[in-house]
Design a protein around this ligand. Structure first.
Ligand SMILES: NC(=O)c1ccc[n+]([C@@H]2O[C@H](COP(=O)([O-])OP(=O)(O)OC[C@H]3O[C@@H](n4cnc5c(N)ncnc54)[C@H](OP(=O)(O)O)[C@@H]3O)[C@@H](O)[C@H]2O)c1
Length: 276
């Protein structure tokens, strides 16, 4: 059974299914398997070019739409005031839903006025295209500025977060605004495997390094994790994290694994990240 966090009225399963780099039939099968396994939170984006497959997997799954928390993200080229809502309508067509549960701005974008993008995001919500709004890859200062500019409460910032990357400044900013952190690349794209500390903790609980990393994330009060996998056995094992818990001492040992060069996703358009 999954656990849920409620943030500004959004009931979000703490473990979701990521879909970046999943394409075509592989994507459809993976999302279908995730839903059959029990995941009730699916993360996609305009830029992933898989919204149609995600939509088909959802509609073929037999799981009620109301039981699935579905997120998509507006790509940077669609962030202009004249483009955003239409681009989201096209996403909804591909996803075969009337609205998504959460709509995020995928990255901060210096090509448009900061507040205008937040206003356009809010306009999507007012038009009924999404139930909730949030951001992704925003720094601590940007979270504060965006929260001030937004009519509707922002529910999350989706950022890279795993045992090798501290997100302390972002977590502090999110706490001040009562927002969640959605952790992407939560198993460091496989990098947690072979880490001595995580492996030893896993052996104590008969769990893999991925399961320990995911448990460490969701055991933090306002953190949600969205691992991705194309393989049925990994999809299932990543979900098997609700039958054990980490002690305070084990949590602290994993927090100590963060390192200054732990960030993996850092494209040229990335913001000036917070020093952790
Ligand atoms: N907002 C953003 O800018 C942003 C950026 C990056 C990611 N995201 C979101 O976050 C999601 C997750 O991040 P991610 O895809 O970067 O990385 P991730 O979930 O940390 O890792 C995915 C990789 O780990 C492997 N894997 C997964 N479970 C495994 C297991 N139990 N044992 C062994 N290998 C395993 C997968 O391979 P197999 O397929 O072989 O299992 C895949 O290569 C994305 O899919 C996307 O939805 C958002």
């Amino acid at each position: 059974m999954t656990e849920t966090i409620t943030i500004h009225g959004a009931a979000i399963p703490k473990l979701g299914f990521g879909t970046w780099q999943l394409k075509g039939a592989e994507c459809e099968a993976a999302v279908g398997h995730a839903l059959a396994t029990g995941y009730r939170h699916v993360d996609t984006a305009q830029a992933y070019e898989n919204e149609s497959e995600v939509g088909r997997a959802i509609s073929d799954s037999g799981v009620s739409r109301d039981d699935i928390f579905l997120t998509t993200k507006v790509w940077m080229s669609n962030m202009g005031a004249d483009r955003m809502a239409d681009s989201v309508r096209r996403s909804l067509d591909r996803l075969k839903v009337d609205r998504v549960d959460l709509l995020l701005l995928h990255w901060p974008n210096s090509e448009h006025p900061f507040e205008q993008m937040i206003e356009s995001l809010n306009a999507c919500r007012e038009a009924g295209l999404t139930a909730h709004v949030g951001v992704s890859n925003y720094t601590a200062d940007q979270i504060e500025r965006a929260a001030k500019a937004s009519d509707a409460p922002l529910v999350c910032d989706q950022v890279e977060y795993h045992p090798f990357l501290s997100q302390r400044p972002v977590l502090d900013a999110l706490e001040r605004r009562d927002m969640a952190l959605t952790a992407y690349s939560p198993i460091a794209q496989g990098g947690v495997f072979g880490n001595g500390t995580i492996k030893a903790i896993g052996e104590r609980h008969r769990k893999s390094e991925a399961q320990v990393a995911l448990r460490w994330l969701i055991q933090q009060e306002r953190v949600i994790a969205i691992p991705r996998s194309s393989k049925p056995e990994n999809i299932e094992s990543n979900f098997a994290i609700f039958d054990f818990s980490l002690s305070d001492e084990e949590m602290a040992r994993i927090f100590r694994l963060a390192k200054p060069d732990g960030r993996m996703i850092d494209p040229e358009w990335a913001p000036d990240w917070d020093a952790a």
